[in-house]
Design a protein around this ligand. Structure first.
Ligand SMILES: Cc1cc2nc3c(=O)[nH]c(=O)nc-3n(C[C@H](O)[C@H](O)[C@H](O)COP(=O)(O)OP(=O)(O)OC[C@H]3O[C@@H](n4cnc5c(N)ncnc54)[C@H](O)[C@@H]3O)c2cc1C
Length: 375
């Protein structure tokens, strides 16, 4: 049986960042990254808003807050170092009515609690000066929110990991994991359909929407550990005409209750397109089609703050699926990042529930895994 020191499951942005971090840190350890698709970033990491978040909304002290604030800085530095296309264009969180102004004030306080020190409260005139075409009675400006080309980011992380000796096993699907005295036996199905096994001392679970399967195969109670994944879909609609240029920043209404999503917001792509979304609804299967019937829901939300958008401007764009560990009606859940040594699984590091802001946090998550492997 083949043997490595570290096996990473999943070549999304998190698995790639972990591979880059660990291969840079531990030159003497052999590392393999196992991915079921034929290339990186075929699931959630290429189906998102590509926003570098500021870290404003998340519960203070949570991993989401800490890793997002830290990850934001790391990501901008990384982009500059490696020429990754990005734009620190800023974001407005708006109050559409006087009643929503207290929500903005609480966002401002939350931001300060989370050590996001660059937020500014704007009145209607100040907001209109920045974005003349939006309807807002007040806004919070987050200058350090931006957008990134996530494909270029992943491509660079893969390149770095390869340069540093990581082996990549694309088209390999992990179908079982067992734990014994020699470490973890990982069974996978290769491109020819045949099954084989690999033995590793460290197993890093970055499997996104499939991440709850690994602890479950090992016999962990995923409900007790709160690791069960409840896929939560988010669709986008685009505006393809000249109206895209009427907004130059990201514009968000106040976030949804229970942080199920951040509300149907307006994001810009690096090529200047205006996109709306994502909505948020739980699904049973991983279907990425966009339901055109949802256009009205989008329109009704958008017209409350972008009055220049007509229903006819909207066209289905794309969809992504959040790997939530927060089931319907549950309270907000944090990222689960844990070395499972106290459950009897020395060397198993689970990263589960890595929904937004997982892209922003990817380099910080990787650094955290680096520290856990160090011990
Ligand atoms: C609609 C939406 C919008 C978002 N917007 C933002 C945003 O603007 N900013 C932000 O910071 N974050 C955002 N996110 C969150 C961000 O996209 C994710 O946190 C991040 O992409 C997660 O990366 P990952 O590597 O953990 O998962 P993934 O990209 O899903 O990668 C997991 C990989 O594991 C592989 N895998 C799974 N099971 C197996 C197996 N058994 N064997 C082999 N391989 C396996 C999969 O094929 C996949 O490639 C958004 C998410 C969604 C859904």
């Amino acid at each position: 049986m083949k043997q490595v020191d570290i096996a990473i499951i999943g070549a999304g942005v998190v698995g790639l960042a972990v591979a880059s971090e660990l291969s840079g840190k531990f030159e003497d350890k052999s590392i393999v990254l196992v991915e079921r698709h034929n290339k990186f970033g075929q699931e959630t990491s290429s189906r998102n808003s590509e926003v570098i978040h500021g870290g404003i909304y998340y519960p203070t002290g949570s991993l989401k807050a800490k890793l997002c604030v830290d990850g934001n800085k790391r990501l901008y530095r990384f982009c500059e170092e490696w020429d990754i296309p990005h734009n620190r264009l800023g974001k407005l969180i708006i109050a559409r009515t006087e009643e929503e102004i207290p929500v903005l004030e609480s966002i401002l306080i939350k931001g300060l609690d989370n050590k996001v020190f660059d937020l500014e409260l704007l009145n209607a005139d100040q907001a209109r000066k920045l974005e003349p075409h939006i309807k807002a009675v007040a806004a919070v400006l987050s200058p350090s929110t931006g957008i990134i080309d996530s494909h270029s980011l992943m491509s660079r992380l893969e390149w770095l990991a390869r340069q540093q000796g990581t082996m990549f096993a694309y088209n390999h699907e992990v179908t079982m994991v067992e734990y014994g005295s020699n470490g973890y036996q990982v069974t996978y199905r290769g491109p020819d359909g045949r099954k084989d096994k690999i033995l590793c001392k460290w197993l890093i679970n970055c499997a996104g929407l499939g991440a709850d399967k690994i602890p479950s195969w090992l016999g962990m109670d995923i409900d007790q550990a709160a690791y069960r994944i409840y896929p939560c879909k988010g669709e986008y609609f685009g505006v393809s005409n000249a109206k895209s240029s009427l907004v130059s920043r990201l514009v968000y209404p106040p976030p949804l209750k229970e942080l199920k999503g951040l509300g149907i917001h307006a994001t810009k792509t690096l090529d200047g397109r205006l996109r709306f979304g994502p909505n948020a609804f739980y699904v049973d299967n991983l279907d990425y089609s966009v339901d055109e019937g949802h256009a009205l829901e989008f329109y009704n939300s958008i017209k409350t703050y972008l009055p220049f958008v007509d229903f006819a401007d909207l066209h289905p764009d794309m969809a992504g699926i959040r790997p939530k560990i927060q089931g319907p009606g549950d309270p907000v859940q944090d990222f689960a990042v844990k070395h499972e040594v106290d459950c009897g699984f020395e060397g198993l590091i689970n990263l589960i529930g890595i929904e937004s802001p997982g892209l922003t946090s990817s380099l910080s998550l990787a650094s955290m895994v680096g520290d856990l492997v160090d011990r």
